[in-house]
Design a protein around this ligand. Structure first.
Ligand code: SAM
Length: 284
């Protein structure tokens, strides 16, 4: 099968199957071989790797992954794409396509069955409407994985990287930075996709830490605290955590004081280390 990274080959496949783009599935297909090569390079795929691709579309990136990896499992929600994928990937015997919603897939089981439970690599040009739940799900559920290399909306990549004191800083920044090291790999303009999206995109690699960078007594409690703090972004922590977690004001103020922080501190000013310390103090 011809290289689908080349626009005329993608157009030929779309015409052959009379494919109708589904906006609700966030379908913007990559049509730039240089970007595809960059993503696969950044993901550091080796012939030993089992790769999970989320949303293969017509199989463009899947072809590139299949060339480099031992095995690729591709999960695609759109039933109309399944016969197309059977055609475009027919030359590869190391690709399995699952017609499922990634939000309902037991990824841990795929890792168990396909890679004997050893960490896999995730690579995807993600549907933007569910980028955050997909990434949070993979990280928080402790799916065995080495890295997640994904194309996301530029602003989302920024949120994953920033620290306190910026308006982009929030629960996603803290979750990503607790579990993984984020690194921007490439900025990708809208004309590298068909159809063109209305936003610019960024490829980001999240390399999972063996051990989190901070010590936390109860991870679930830490993230409940972080969520409650940012749900009420404009409130002080003492007020926000009273509403969000039912924590008495005095207890929060005492913990903040112990950390050398004012009673008026807001969540958006706290680093990951400080959130970890606060959660350990409040849990105690
Ligand atoms: N990987 C292809 C590429 O780079 O050209 C397509 C990327 S496109 C941005 C996103 C793909 O994810 C589409 O094929 C879409 O149908 C699929 N998708 C959307 N929601 C999904 C879900 N919940 N589970 C699995 N696939 C999904």
């Amino acid at each position: 099968m011809a290289d689908l990274g080349i626009p005329r080959n993608t157009i030929a496949v779309l015409q052959k199957y009379n494919f109708v783009f589904q906006k609700k599935f966030g379908q913007n297909f990559l049509i730039d071989p240089r970007v595809l090569e960059k993503i696969v390079d950044a993901a550091q795929i080796t012939p030993q790797d089992c790769v999970l691709e989320i949303g293969p579309g017509i199989g463009t990136m899947t072809q590139y992954l299949a060339e480099s990896a031992r095995e690729v499992v591709a999960v695609e929600i759109d039933r109309a794409l399944i016969p197309i994928l059977q055609d475009t990937l027919s030359a590869y015997d190391n690709v399995t396509v699952l017609n499922q919603d990634i939000m309902k897939v037991d990824v841990g089981r795929i890792v168990e069955e396909r890679n004997q439970g050893r960490p896999i690599k995730v690579v995807a040009n993600l549907p933007y409407y569910i980028t955050t739940p997909i990434i949070m799900g993979l990280l928080e559920n402790h799916v065995p994985l080495q890295s997640i290399t994904v194309m996301v909306q530029k602003e989302v990549a920024e949120r994953m990287q920033v620290g306190p004191g910026t308006k982009e800083y929030g629960a996603l920044s803290l979750a990503v930075q607790y579990y993984a090291m984020p690194e921007v790999v490439a900025h990708v303009p809208a004309n590298c996709f068909m159809p063109r999206p209305n936003v610019d995109s960024t490829v980001i690699r999240l390399t999972r830490y063996q051990e989190p960078p901070v010590e936390v007594a109860d991870e679930k409690y830490l993230f409940a605290l972080i969520r409650a703090s940012f749900n009420q972004r404009r409130k002080t922590l003492a007020n926000g955590l009273l509403g969000g977690m039912g924590l008495p004001r005095e207890q929060v103020v005492a913990a903040l004081e112990e950390m050398g922080l004012p009673a008026s501190a807001r969540g958006e000013a706290l680093t990951l280390e400080q959130f970890a310390r606060l959660s350990n103090l409040l849990k105690r």
